[in-house]
Structure formats: C-alpha cells, structure tokens
Design a protein around this ligand. Structure first.
Ligand code: IPE
Ligand code: IPE
Ligand code: MG
Length: 246
C-alpha cells in the first residue's frame, strides 16, 4: 500500500479495500476494429493497460489480482490470433519481471497450463519460481481457464481420493471443494469487473464468485484507466454486502 496513491485519490478509503479483485478484460478486438486496426493491435494496447492495472492494484494494497487473459473457449479463435496472444504473454512476463521483483509481486497461473505452448509454459513456471516468496500482491493469470473445466477437475480429484479411501463422501464440505480448485488458499474475489459492457460471466470463476460484487463498464479494455478502476473500487466501498442476511 502506498500512501501517495491514497493522497491522489482522497475518496478511496484505505480501511475498506477489497482483498481480491478479478477482471474479465474484454473488448480488445472491438477497440482495434473501431480504428480499422488488426485485432492483435488491440491486444497489444490491452497489455499496456494490464501493466498499469497491476501497478495500481499493488499501490492500493490489493492482496490478489486475478486477470482473465485467455479462456478455454479462446482456443477456438484463429490460429494467428492465438499465436499473437501467446507471444504477447511471453513479452509481458519478460518485461514485467523487474516490476515484480521491485514490488514483491508473486506470479501464479490458474487454468490448463499444460495446454500452453512449451516456451510459454516454461517461462511461466520460471517466473512463478523466481517470485514465489513475494508477499505484497499475488498476480493470478487465468490462462486457458474455464470455470467448468476447473469444477470437473476438482470432482475428479475428490472422487479419486474417495476411491482410495482418503476421504469419505459424507466428509466432503465446501472447504474440500474450494481446496481442490485452482484458487486454493486464495480469498474469493470481492469484486468482479468486466469491461466492454457484455452482461455475462463467460465461464469465469463460477464457484468463487458466489458473493462477489459485479461491476460492468462499457469501456473497452484498452481504454480502461487507473482512474476508472479507482472509481469502481470507491463504488464497491459504498455497496452493502449482505451475504443473505438482513
Ligand atoms: C479480450 O478481448 C481479450 C481476450 C479474450 C484474449 P477480445 O479479443 O475478446 O475483444 P472483443 O470482445 O472481440 O472486442
Ligand atoms: C472472456 O472474453 C475471456 C477473456 C477475457 C479472456 P470473451 O471475449 O472470450 O468472451 P465472450 O465470447 O464475449 O463470452
Ligand atoms: Mg471478447
């Protein structure tokens, strides 16, 4: 948490910060299309916004930032676009390492990491290893991530344990389920932000978002700014979270 950040945004209450923010970064393609650019240029611009967002969340004292960067369904995009996204991911990981070291940011990935190309996966694992002791913020990249795939994987793991006699079906609790998801050990997201105005979840964090506050902005991801992020967090600080109670 940086005091300069809170001096710049006096309406932001440091005592009511969310622990975990998750973002569906959508609208890169439309941003490019509006300018008659190739979609890849939209993704390139989107990476710049990722860099700013990571820095802002770190300075705000957010513990976990989860970014939906590539879904299980996104594999069905044209090969050229998938390749470009993988290239940009590698470039991002390399260029962000100094920031992650300086700001003690730990990198983690959730999703079917085994499906990523070898070079991307290796760089990802290396970066995770180098940053594993960092404690200021966890940057969680959802890559080849799908909420349903995650739930299937959890069911398979628990079923295997039941079959081996490690766990009895009647002892399976919500905590057991949570501990077999990619997000084990992380708090559930307090906020889910989706850019580009689409009113859907697109297979993101299905179990984890049970009580998340949802914010949808029409802004396309490449136009998303720290000012807008802060305004959304201020909005969050004024919401009443009831968790089913009165
Ligand atoms: C989000 O932007 C980035 C990824 C899904 C990788 P899109 O590429 O989905 O942009 P739109 O929705 O086509 O505008
Ligand atoms: C969701 O965006 C996935 C990511 C942001 C990575 P999509 O653009 O893939 O979602 P849909 O197709 O609009 O539901
Ligand atoms: Mg989209």
């Amino acid at each position: 948490m940086k005091s300069e950040f809170f001096e710049k945004y006096p309406q932001l209450d440091p005592a009511k910060m969310p622990a975990h923010i998750a973002i569906i970064m959508d609208g890169n393609g439309r941003w490019a299309k509006k300018r008659l650019f190739n979609r890849v240029l939209g993704h390139e611009q989107g990476v710049k916004v990722v860099v700013d967002t990571v820095r802002a969340c770190h300075d705000m004292g957010i513990s976990v930032l989860t970014l939906y960067a590539f879904s299980t369904e996104n594999w069905q995009r044209p090969q050229l676009e998938v390749t470009a996204l993988m290239f940009l991911l590698k470039k991002f990981l390399k260029s962000q390492l100094p920031d992650m070291m300086e700001n003690h940011i730990r990198l983690n990935a959730i999703g079917e990491i085994e499906r990523l190309p070898d070079d991307v996966r290796n760089l990802l694992y290396d970066t995770m290893k180098i940053t594993e002791n960092h404690r200021e913020m966890l940057l969680n990249l959802a890559l080849s991530y799908g909420g349903r795939t995650e739930i299937v994987r959890m069911a398979q793991q628990i079923a295997r344990k039941a079959q081996n006699g490690e766990i009895r079906p009647e002892d399976i609790t919500e905590e057991t389920v949570a501990n077999h998801l990619y997000t084990q050990g992380m708090p559930d997201p307090d906020m889910i932000i989706r850019t580009s105005g689409e009113m859907r979840i697109s297979n993101f964090l299905l179990w984890q978002m049970a009580y998340s506050e949802i914010f949808i902005t029409p802004t396309l991801w490449p136009d998303f700014s720290t000012d807008e992020l802060v305004n959304i967090v201020i909005d969050y600080q004024h919401r009443e979270r009831r968790f089913g109670k009165v």
